[in-house]
Write a protein that binds this ligand. Structure first.
Ligand SMILES: Nc1ncnc2c1ncn2[C@@H]1O[C@H](COP(=O)(O)OP(=O)(O)OP(=O)(O)O)[C@@H](O)[C@H]1O
Length: 329
């Protein structure tokens, strides 16, 4: 799947005054089949907004104000926002699916898990009876190696980690080609996190589908992602293979993200980026990171740097890189 100059804004009317939050601003990504593509960046940089746009599930005040979201299905490219709402609805869950941040937003607390599965399968497929849907759910739960008894449980009877696994099972039961996961491990302890990530990895390798994984946790990305995109203030500012991002980060913001990670046996304080991210409704001119960048020079304050490939497969949007002014890390 890929995007072409995708722009998705929140257009708000506050007491007659228009406010535009540029949460996804000119994003071009190209995700391969069978890959795990990680998207990282601090809170509020637009990650969830981008995912909602990719999942074709946007609601006002979010709008697509420009660009395209394109999926490839049977050698044909589908331009998601040129489809009717009904055609988009058909694409969701069976072709593109979504694992949300909190499991409770998809699991109904007052019904057993099996009922959620039956209703879900029934409403997103045609001509399946409740009984067939139940069989399909049992088969899928077994295939994922999850205990079959969970189907008879209510969500509150399961641990947070198991609930998240159930959410993943639900999102994958119709064998989607693309799975979009939004912070699937946030709020889980480290050991549980590992299990949930392992499950996603297993699904990807056995079913050969594509996973787009959003998390602010660079440690999780290091473990699972094939490639990583770093997002800052609504834009992708760096993209490369995972090892390359960790070994050779080029954007000063990426360097902060990576060098602020705690290292084993290291007791010293690690530096995170100074200051705070800009308001997406009132972005600074030029590079959005320039007010926080210790290496910013004149051009950074005036012109927006384009995302450009400097090494094979390694793209960066930074004037320092363009002008060969190597930033000390
Ligand atoms: N419904 C909304 N109306 C107006 N602005 C919104 C809305 N939802 C999000 N925003 C704004 O859009 C920007 C991007 O938010 P988004 O949730 O996409 O970021 P994020 O990177 O996913 O952050 P987090 O990790 O905290 O979820 C933020 O400035 C946020 O305040």
């Amino acid at each position: 799947m890929r995007t072409e100059n995708l722009k998705s804004y929140y257009i708000l009317d506050i007491f007659g005054k228009k406010r535009v939050v540029k949460a996804v601003d000119d994003v071009n990504i190209s995700i391969r089949e069978n890959e795990i593509y990680g998207i990282a960046g601090e809170s509020g940089c637009g990650k969830s907004t981008l995912l909602k746009a990719l999942f074709a599930a946007i609601e006002p005040p979010q709008r697509i104000v420009g660009g395209k979201v394109l999926y490839r299905e049977n050698e044909k490219e589908i331009d998601v926002y040129s489809l009717s709402e009904e055609e988009r609805r058909k694409l969701r869950w069976s072709f593109i699916s979504y694992v949300p941040q909190g499991s409770m937003s998809v699991l109904n607390p007052v019904v057993k898990i099996k009922e959620t599965f039956k209703d879900f399968i029934e409403s997103h497929t045609t001509g399946k009876t409740k009984e067939e849907a139940y069989e399909m759910a049992k088969e899928h739960i077994k295939e994922l190696g999850l205990p079959i008894e969970i189907l008879n449980a209510y969500p509150h009877q399961l641990s947070g980690g198991m609930r998240q696994r159930v959410t993943i099972a639900l999102a994958t039961v119709l064998s989607p080609k693309v799975i979009i996961a939004d912070e699937p491990t946030t709020a889980l302890d480290v050991v549980t996190q590992r299990g949930v990530i392992q499950l996603l990895k297993e699904i990807q390798s056995s079913r050969q589908n594509t996973i787009i994984l959003v998390t602010h946790d660079m440690g999780v990305h290091a473990n699972v992602a094939d490639r990583i995109a770093i997002m800052y203030a609504g834009k992708i500012i760096e993209e490369a293979k995972t090892e390359e991002i960790f070994e050779n980060p080029m954007h000063p913001y990426t360097k902060y993200l990576i060098f602020s990670l705690p290292k084993f046996g290291d007791k010293g304080r690690r530096e995170s980026a100074p200051g705070s991210p800009p308001s997406l409704a009132d972005l600074p001119p030029g590079c959005s990171f320039h007010p926080r960048c210790p290496h910013a020079f004149d051009r950074c304050r005036k012109e927006i740097p384009p995302l450009k490939e400097y090494l094979p497969g390694h793209k960066v949007a930074c004037w320092l890189v363009e002008e060969g002014k190597n930033a000390a890390s």
